[in-house]
Design a protein around this ligand. Structure first.
Ligand SMILES: [Zn+2]
Length: 370
């Protein structure tokens, strides 16, 4: 299969449109217009990871962290961090990054964190996107209505709040007369036809329109499906970075800290708190580097906030605001590796892909505890 075929499915799950403004997501190195056999999933692209990819004959590297986050001004390969780009090109390894879109998308990395902690997600932490919605209306013979509904849902239509596959159907009669050039699925040329049809209506994010029409045309039995798209004035769909969730029962902060340490298998973590006896129930999280969202955790009434890379002075601000913060480090984001591998395995089975999906096994955490 081709690399772009893989990425097309990948972007259905992690749309580029959901990345933060200016975040360099997408293809970074090489090309997707080539056959691929082995895809490796990694958190970081480091020289050690590149060596691993070369040794394992990888064709496409999918990373959480964009390998070229800040512009490079020279390509002098004496620097190992620059040499790895040359090595990737030399071995025809493409690199693709899904960064903040993975933090923002529903059922993304921050949802996975809370799932691991046994916490039910109730909200996002900080709103980042408000996408316009459209309504698609399509008529289809009754025999095919479920197939088309499923295809539209698969392409992202029918999501309302915490509900998916939402649709409305009304029953009616479709009438048409195929002309000379037509190749009708039902009916005969020059004869008026009447078919028992259903009209399906589903909402969808406007950004996915092209994908949706493609899914409609592929699943619809007619040569010329009759459909229309109406932009909606109401019901914009909002997305946000980070998540808020509730523990089933409140627990002392001290106990919760141990829980976080155990779940993420940490040798140590940093705690910013005025006291550890207080009870916590509402938990905010933004994995990676989310200290700038601590005011959002406060305004959403979080009892504790989990994020990495907290600066010394921001730690003071958090203490003064009396918001307990757990900094488990940035590396807990490695959770994305098994999760993405498992998603890819599902797609592979569904689409009968003949490729191998492998996790990177290099530990890219720059920190260790003594
Ligand atoms: Zn990160």
């Amino acid at each position: 299969m081709k690399g772009n075929e893989f990425i097309q499915q990948f972007e259905k799950k992690f749309p580029l449109a959901l990345a933060e403004k200016g975040d360099p997501v997408g293809l970074h190195i090489g090309t997707l217009h080539k056959p691929i056999q082995r895809v490796m999933i990694t958190l970081d692209v480091r020289p050690e990871v590149v060596a691993e990819a070369i040794a394992k004959k990888v064709d496409l590297l999918v990373a959480k962290h964009p390998p070229i986050f800040r512009p490079i001004d020279r390509l002098v390969t004496d620097d190992p961090q620059i040499k790895m780009y040359a090595d990737l090109l030399k071995h025809d390894i493409a690199v693709y990054a899904a960064h903040t879109n993975m933090d923002i998308v529903e059922d993304g990395l921050n949802d996975w964190f809370l799932e691991e902690l046994g916490i039910k997600v109730t909200d996002y932490l900080h709103k980042t996107h408000e996408l316009d919605q459209g309504l698609i209306q399509v008529t289809v013979p009754k025999s095919h209505s479920q197939v088309v509904r499923d295809a539209l849902a698969e392409a992202g239509a029918g999501k309302i709040g915490n509900y998916e596959q939402c649709s409305y159907t009304s029953v009616g009669t479709g009438r048409f007369t195929p002309m000379s050039e037509a190749n009708p699925t039902i009916g005969t040329v020059h004869q008026r036809e009447e078919v028992a049809e259903e009209k399906i209506e589903m909402v969808f994010p406007i950004d996915t329109l092209a994908e949706l029409i493609k899914a409609l045309k592929e699943s619809h039995p007619y040569e010329e499906p009759a459909y229309q798209v109406i932009p909606l004035m109401t019901g914009k769909k909002s997305y946000g970075i980070g998540r808020v969730g509730e523990l089933a029962t409140p627990m002392p902060l001290e106990e919760f800290v141990s829980h976080v340490k155990e779940v993420f298998d940490l040798q140590g973590l940093r705690l910013i708190a005025n006291n550890t006896d207080r009870l916590v129930q509402r938990v905010g999280i933004c994995g990676g580097s989310g200290q700038k969202f601590y005011p959002a955790a406060l305004s959403k009434g979080c009892d504790v906030y989990i994020t990495g890379d907290v600066y010394y002075h921001t730690g003071h601000d958090m203490l003064t605001a009396d918001l307990p913060v757990i900094d488990p480090g940035h590396y807990i984001e490695q959770l994305c590796i098994p999760r993405i591998v498992s998603l890819c395995e599902q797609w592979k089975e569904k689409h009968h892909w003949n490729i191998e999906i492998i996790p990177s096994t290099v530990n890219t955490n720059p920190f260790s505890f003594r």
